[in-house]
Design a protein. Structure first.
Length: 323
């Protein structure tokens, strides 16, 4: 059996991908062989491509989520059989391939109501949202929540999840064109443009108090603005750096008692039991309609174009690779 893989060679700002074919062995004990039907592209993949988050091997196959059909199972696997619809997200990376052998404990069955594309576009993001909304800060009815990139893949799921918990969501978007998508996700208020006076607009919308929690995947100089948009004893959560590296944040910016968190879904899901609990909770949310819109889909070998689309800031929703 032949597998088409996308190999990342020499991680760098531009990165270099190679398309290769290799033979696939039978799955070993406790493993399953999955034929991918859709693969999710995430900013995590870009961080791996750039070497911001170094990988243990070079070259490497990157990618943290996919959905497909089980082709074969190894010895000792009783939870799955050939033909099962499945998905996975989180560590270890290696999803940019047409076939993959993976430990069965890292795989979850897909309900019939969830399509392959929905699973591949939403599972990791829904897991991340569950961690952020339930564990990092438990969002509750009446909370004021700031979500950056509210029309994006993770941003839209965070917005939907916060609204499902009864929160009031202030979303930021890069342009007016994305307002329809952010409002469809449930955003109550929108702040448009990277040059907007974020702190002043948030304070105006919260009677001068600030938000209870701010979720910032923009990075760069935006994180400090997010921190200043949080109420005393509220929390700013940094979850990415789409706009570039985050400058040092002095402790004086935490007065009078603000908190700053930097959670990682990959670290969270390193524990298998925690991973499975989070994945199952995320599937329930996806079944309830807390999903990301698919912005675009590319052939597996068009991975460079998919990354360029994500980094352009023009995408609204998730990006997929189709084997």
């Amino acid at each position: 059996m032949t597998d088409k893989i996308i190999l990342l060679v020499s991680p760098s700002e531009q990165g270099r991908f190679e398309v290769r074919e290799q033979s696939v062995p039978d799955p070993g004990e406790g493993q399953v062989l999955i034929r991918h039907q859709a693969i999710g592209v995430n900013f995590l993949d870009i961080y791996h491509r750039k070497g911001i988050y170094p990988l243990p091997t070079n070259p490497a196959v990157i990618g943290a989520e996919a959905a497909g059909v089980v082709e074969a199972v190894g010895s000792g696997v009783s939870d799955f059989r050939a033909g099962d619809r499945v998905a996975y997200a989180g560590p270890p990376v290696g999803a940019y391939a047409s076939l993959r052998i993976i430990e069965n404990k890292r795989v979850v069955k897909l309900p019939d109501s969830i399509s392959m594309k929905t699973a591949a576009s939403s599972l990791l993001k829904a897991m991340t949202a569950h961690m952020l909304l339930e564990k990092t800060y438990m969002v509750k009815a009446g909370d004021m929540v700031l979500v950056h990139a509210a029309a994006g893949g993770l941003g839209s799921i965070l917005t939907r999840g916060a609204k499902a918990r009864g929160a009031v969501v202030i979303g930021t978007i890069g342009s007016e064109e994305k307002a329809v998508l952010a409002r469809a996700a449930g955003a109550d208020h929108l702040i448009v443009g990277r040059d907007a006076d974020l702190v002043s607009e948030v304070k105006a919308l919260t009677d001068g108090n600030g938000v209870d929690v701010a979720y910032d995947g923009i990075g760069g100089n935006t994180l400090l603005k997010s921190l200043h948009s949080v109420r005393p004893f509220g929390i700013a959560v940094t979850i990415g750096q789409a706009a570039g590296p985050i400058p040092p944040v002095g402790v004086e910016n935490l007065r009078p008692g603000k908190f700053l968190a930097h959670p990682s879904i990959m670290a969270w899901c390193a524990d298998v039991d925690r991973y499975r609990e989070t994945a199952i909770a995320a599937l329930r949310d996806i079944e309830a309609g807390i999903v990301a819109q698919v912005d675009s889909a590319y052939r597996l070998e068009e991975v460079a174009a998919a990354h360029a689309r994500m980094e352009s800031g023009r995408s609204s929703g998730s990006i997929l690779l189709m084997p």
